[in-house]
Design a protein around this ligand. Structure first.
Ligand SMILES: NC(=O)c1ccc[n+]([C@@H]2O[C@H](COP(=O)([O-])OP(=O)(O)OC[C@H]3O[C@@H](n4cnc5c(N)ncnc54)[C@H](OP(=O)(O)O)[C@@H]3O)[C@@H](O)[C@H]2O)c1
Length: 253
């Protein structure tokens, strides 16, 4: 099996690095754009080659992994995919129906939402529909989640829109310290250490966010009070509202 990758950026690099963590035989063909990344992956991983064009990836691969930004999806139209090939798209916001229209004769199409933890084979990857070869590809890189329908898949996809806001939240806390006289580097290091340390508790097999919140909120203490203020200010409602808006945007396309 030749696994082709079109769009070799952050997530494609994580997937290919994860697949290369063992010595097993593989044949991975990368699209040539972003030559530094492709060449580095090919140098690090035996069995990884850089193709001369996107056309060559489509023509020669039995499984094609689409890792382009949504705005570049149009370039897939007209590529010479084989009708017996399988396509796996990790591109947010492009439905199975749209993909079917774009990748022409290909019928076996799945979507997945990998996280960069696939590089360490610690991914938790929603897959829809739950078919081969998408299922086994991501099972190799951690856990796979069997998603029942595309609407549920879009819910997982919407939840990934919160990552930048998470870092913005941390930035806001450290900026608050700095604005009140704490040196910027010390503030940033302190906030990073605080959240970096507690992130370890998310590695549990059955994470319980309510319980974690409780464990970090001494009754009558400042954590409990801050959470109450966030509730009173409607912050959690804003989170729900934001996620609903992102979900609608994904559904409306
Ligand atoms: N990053 C994540 O954690 C993550 C997770 C799940 C899903 N996704 C989805 O995966 C997709 C890619 O995300 P990303 O973060 O990996 O983006 P990215 O780092 O920007 O990667 C996209 C790659 O596609 C390349 N590209 C652009 N035009 C091309 C062309 N004509 N032919 C071949 N390659 C071309 C880009 O090259 P240039 O940089 O030279 O333009 C870039 O290397 C997105 O749709 C995103 O929603 C990302």
């Amino acid at each position: 099996m030749v696994l082709g990758v079109i769009g070799v950026g952050s997530i494609a690099s994580a997937i290919v690095s994860g697949l290369c963590r063992d010595e097993g035989p593989r044949d991975i063909l990368l699209s040539p754009r972003n030559p530094k990344k492709s060449a580095a992956l090919a140098a690090d991983c035996p069995g990884v080659r850089v193709a001369e064009s996107n056309e060559a990836v489509a023509r020669e691969s039995s499984v094609v992994l689409l890792c382009l930004r949504l705005s570049d999806a149009g370039l897939l139209r007209g590529l010479p995919f084989s009708k017996d090939a399988s396509v796996i798209s990790v591109m947010a916001g492009i439905s199975i129906r749209e993909l079917g229209d774009i990748v022409g004769p290909v019928k076996n199409i799945a979507r997945a939402i990998p996280l960069t933890s696939v590089a360490a084979r610690r991914g938790v990857t929603p897959v829809y529909p739950f078919i081969e070869p998408a299922r086994s590809l991501f099972a190799h890189l951690g856990t796979v989640v069997d998603v029942a329908d595309e609407s549920s898949f879009n819910l997982f996809s919407a939840s990934t829109a919160t990552i930048a806001a998470h870092f913005a939240y941390l930035g806001r806390i450290s900026d608050w310290l700095t604005a009140r006289g704490i040196a910027s580097l010390g503030a940033r290091q302190y906030v990073a250490a605080m959240f970096g340390e507690i992130a370890g508790s998310l590695q549990a097999a059955d994470p319980d966010f309510q319980q974690l919140a409780k464990e970090h909120a001494t009754p009558g203490g400042i954590n409990e009070r801050f959470a109450q203020i966030m509730t009173e200010q409607g912050v959690w409602d804003a989170v729900d509202g934001g996620l609903d808006q992102i979900r609608r945007r994904l559904e409306d396309r």
